[in-house]
Design a protein around this ligand. Sequence first.
Ligand code: ZN
Length: 257
Amino acid sequence: MVVEGSQVVLLRCSACGHELSGLGNDRIFLCASCGRAWVLEDSSPVRVPVRFPDPDWVREVSKGSGDPLIHMPFWRIGSRISIPERIVRPDLSSSRTSLDTDREEPGLVRTQVPDRAQDLLFPAFSCTRSLSVGVELSIRPCVPPALEDSPDRLPSLVGGTVGPGDARRLAEAVAVGIEMSRDDFLARMDLRLEVLEQELLAMPCLAEARGLRVAGAGILIHWRNLEDCRDILAFHGLEPLADSRSDAILDHGSGLL
Ligand SMILES: [Zn+2]
């Protein structure tokens, strides 16, 4: 359902006619009946590829936890990353102090990085730490094996607020964030990212007291970083959990990462 001006429009799956599910701010909507995902472009639905994980894999990565298991949408951007030039400082203390931009800073070291293929994973839902979560998830990406059989076992999934175009821009930011997180002192670089594949992943997450833990990757997304946390829990029939109750829960972070 979306609100257009004063009109409330009920969205239906263009493939099977089932009502689409999603939260108030969503741009991507999931069909719980046939498992297709749709993004609204100029009010018309356009199909987005979506992968649901194999249930045996989900059981394996979530076993031993007594917390409720829900699925959340993440983007997977299969990319080719080229870094023709990566320049590092010998140490942090030699950072530039002069405003003379024509003079090359002494001590810089040019390094070469081979082109690489990389899966970049990050939330498709509203999260104030999308970038840092994306960097953590993408350093050792945990891509679930896809559900192969009939869609009668599909888990329910909230929609997404990050559209396909925004996801491609966010993928570049995540790729830059990965380079910044390396164990050296990056001064500057030229990074190019080619998108080879793009799909939504329904990732299993454990609803813990402090936040959502991405099963398989082990990464915790705090409730305070999820604007829609109460709606997400209510969508799955769950009561608010300890840290998701406060009204002053939003932490917009202090910087890029
Ligand atoms: Zn459908």
